[in-house]
Design a protein around this ligand. Sequence first.
Ligand SMILES: Cc1cc2nc3c(=O)[nH]c(=O)nc-3n(C[C@H](O)[C@H](O)[C@H](O)COP(=O)(O)O)c2cc1C
Length: 467
Amino acid sequence: MTRPLHFNAFLMNTGSHIQHGQWRHPDARQAEFNDVGLWIELAGILEEGFFDAMFFADVTGLYGPVDGVYTDNVHEGLQIPSNDPAVLLGALAVHTQNIGLAYTSNTMQNHPFNFARQASTLDHISNGRIAWNIVTGTQENSARNFGLPALAEHDARYDWADEYLDVVYKLWEGSWDEGALLKDRDRGTYSDPAKIHKIHHEGLRYKVAGPHLPSPSPQRTPLLFQAGGSARGSRFAAQHAEAVFLGTPTPEVAHGHIRKARALVVGAGRQPQDIKFFPGLSFVVGSTAAEVRRKESDYLQYASVVGYLTHASLGILPDGTRLPEDTPLKDLPNNGGQGHVDWLRAAIPDREPTLADLTQGRLRRGYVAGTPDQIADRLADWQAAGADGINVINWRLPGSYQEFNEQLLPTLQRRGLAKTEYAEGTLRRKLFGQDRLNERHPAARYRGAFGNANPNDTTIEKELVHD
Ligand SMILES: Cc1cc2nc3c(=O)[nH]c(=O)nc-3n(C[C@H](O)[C@H](O)[C@H](O)COP(=O)(O)O)c2cc1C
């Protein structure tokens, strides 16, 4: 059955995010990303197109070998320079009304106590429109930026993230009971001490006393996104995520992944529809086949193969030399993301993919080219494969989204594949019909969990009375 897809704009606070080389085009303005005016203008365009969210990727280091040269990264502007998305979201929140504001923050870069406070603050400022893309970090350089001797092993990073989530869930869901905030002027009572709890978290990596400093924000826990598709990553998503960003190259590969992922969600005690799937796609839209071909060759003419290879972060030696393009992926050590390699294998089942397949896959399979009706047909295929929405990857800012609104959206709306108005309320209410996480989510177990944990512990009351 056709129903409107959700659409997010996939963005990054940088000059070259995914479609490398495009910043050089005379109409491209992504290199102006330091200018908040660009983002405010873009947010307006996206709200006109009823986009569900601005989804900001982020990294906290360089791609490539840990002690490697980073000449190509810098030449390409490949996610360096880049700015902090959380700070930008604070500005966008006050210039927008409806659009969700999603940002990526990895479990290395912020202590969970501080991160929980930051996310709650943004959720307050935006009236409940914040989403968090939970990532574990894939860059060796990023680990070094936070004082770690090395990037943790792939699966161990997800164990770390499990504890990180435990801490933030306790703060968001358990620390403040409903009705704790009183602001009772007559009695002179700001908040009710009996309803604000320390969390006393003690785990392998973190010790956090609490209480959470912000009062509950409209969503409490921000909408939870996750990106990554390895076996361990999918188990993690099944437990925690409300939305998953996929890098699957075709609807067929997406179908296999989503079917298995929804089974894992059920295994985790949740329901299949508790989680929404968003493949990432770019569009090349034209009103005739000739216009589509012309635009396609214009994009490809600017595309930087070096940029795609450097971003993939495989097959590069510390001195910057690159292994031959026909090197099979199985011969390359990879402690980074694994889901995208698995997805490529599923798309080329008859042989082991090579470095060239990885680059070409990112460059050529990641977009849908055609007239509005042809693109709508393809989106219907993605929907039939289980996709609930699309993360729209831009070639150029803000032009890709202007084109989406002007050339593609009317057809998608006519065919019931895109909405024609925003629903009311928080981001979670728009997507799932309620402001708070549902009771099947693991965070829900912390609601009311700390109130009676130790009735003799009056520390909180004393502190509030005497401070
Ligand atoms: C579509 C997609 C988008 C991602 N975006 C980010 C990002 O913005 N920042 C980041 O650090 N990692 C990002 N990742 C990496 C993943 O979050 C994850 O850390 C990595 O893929 C390892 O997970 P996996 O091996 O389970 O696939 C992304 C991955 C995918 C597939």
